[in-house]
Design a binder for this molecule. Structure first.
Ligand code: NAI
Ligand code: MG
Length: 370
């Protein structure tokens, strides 16, 4: 019926964004059609194409689609070919601003190593066995947003660039509360990552995490790492982690690092969630962790699995279909087990599939397993 029909805005964006999102969209359509999921998809423009046509990076129709959506399936944005868009229009239409305008403060980035990719991954198999953790990156504050910021020229002509790393106690508490809850629903371990030895924003971060642990989550095993050590530990022994919570910039960097445990940046999905309303629903944006990859854009060779696995997160976290989410994750594993590989996860000498052929492989596995 129309009343419980959910809406998903599909925004490919720029670079490889539209290529990978196209395959994720086919997969989501498979669920709406074959599993009669009450979801309508609405395609919307974002980025260079939108700017050329309308003079805005995020045109009003796109903003309307976003505001009316229960979830957004996003591709990627950015790249050198977009230099024609003036800086001001870029800033107005930036993904950072969009995330912030939706108050998407909790960015979940699961890292799982599929055994089929042990060979393809740059780390050793004994390091990769059992890797299954989630990075919770604070997404709405920190140094990417702090004021003052800018580049200024002094009286003597010398230039200075500066940013402000700022967190309020409430910003730390809400993302930490989310991460503690997630840890409680998993293996009960939370690692908080900061740089409290040298930065005040991190000192406050750690104090708030410790206080919340004592008051609301004493049953969760809490540990702390400085970010430099955390980067090393992710490479040395990623299987030690269950849930990791960290600030905006550290989470950005550590998740690309953690991608090597999953075999490729192209494998990683993400969900970005806002505050829960009175009915427990959250604004939600689902996107692969990678960017627009200008070096491979337009060639049809990008790995769509990060985007496809983002659909699984959407099925679980917004659409209320945990069984369908699990089915999709099994289908991806099945396709990999049968040897489906895009170039980024292919072994030397192995024939690589195109983006679309990888989409075909996942759909074939869905048909087989459904
Ligand atoms: P990137 O994530 O786009 O690419 C890094 C490397 O990983 C490249 O060699 C790329 O070819 C490879 N790669 C990424 N995704 C892949 C996939 N699905 N399959 C196979 N290989 C893949 O990061 P980069 O190059 O630093 O940034 C490019 C542009 O993307 C920049 O303009 C940046 O600002 C933007 N960006 C956008 C993000 C977003 O929209 N969420 C996130 C990160 C960067
Ligand atoms: Mg990044």
């Amino acid at each position: 019926s129309g009343t419980n029909m959910m809406r998903v805005a599909v925004i490919g964006g720029e670079g490889i964004g539209p290529e990978v999102t196209g395959q994720a969209r086919r997969v989501l359509s498979w669920f709406t059609e074959r599993r009669r999921l009450p979801v309508t998809l609405e395609d919307a423009e974002f980025g260079l194409e939108a700017y050329r046509r309308t003079g805005k990076v995020i045109p009003p129709e796109t903003r309307a689609a976003i505001d009316g959506a229960d979830a957004i399936l996003f591709g990627a944005t950015g790249g050198p070919e977009t230099a024609e868009v003036p800086a001001e229009a870029r800033r107005e239409g930036s993904l950072l601003k969009l995330r912030r305008s939706l108050d998407l403060y909790a960015n979940l980035r699961p890292i799982i190593t599929d055994p089929a990719l042990y060979e393809a991954a740059p780390l050793k198999e004994r390091v990769l066995r059992g890797v299954d953790f989630i990075i919770v990156r604070e997404l709405s504050s920190g140094i990417y947003f702090g004021e003052p910021r800018g580049i200024e020229t002094g009286p003597d002509g010398s230039r200075r660039g500066f940013n402000t790393n700022s967190y309020t106690a409430e910003e730390v508490r809400r993302v930490a509360r989310f991460a503690f809850g997630l840890a409680r629903s998993r293996r009960g371990r939370l690692c908080s990552v900061d740089k409290a030895n040298v930065m005040e924003a991190s000192v406050l971060w750690r104090e708030e995490v410790v206080a919340l642990h004592a008051s609301e989550f004493p049953d969760v095993a809490l540990s702390h790492l400085y970010v430099d050590n955390a980067a090393m530990q992710i490479v040395r022994d990623p299987a030690q982690f269950d849930v990791m919570v960290t600030d905006n910039i550290f989470g950005d960097i550590l998740s690309d690092c953690a991608a090597m445990a999953a075999g490729s940046l192209g494998m990683l999905p993400s969900a970005s969630l806002g505050p829960a309303d009175t009915r427990g629903r959250r604004q939600a944006l689902y996107e692969p962790v990678h960017g627009s990859a200008p070096d491979i854009a337009g060639k049809g060779i990008a790995n769509p699995l990060g985007s496809i696995l983002s659909v699984a997160m959407m099925l679980r976290l917004t659409l209320g279909q945990p069984d369908d989410a699990a089915l999709l994750e099994r289908a991806v594993a099945d396709a990999l087990a049968r040897g489906a590989r895009t170039a980024d996860i292919a072994e030397p000498g192995q024939a690589a599939l195109s983006t679309a052929a990888m989409g075909d492989a996942v759909l074939a596995s869905l048909e087989r397993l459904a």
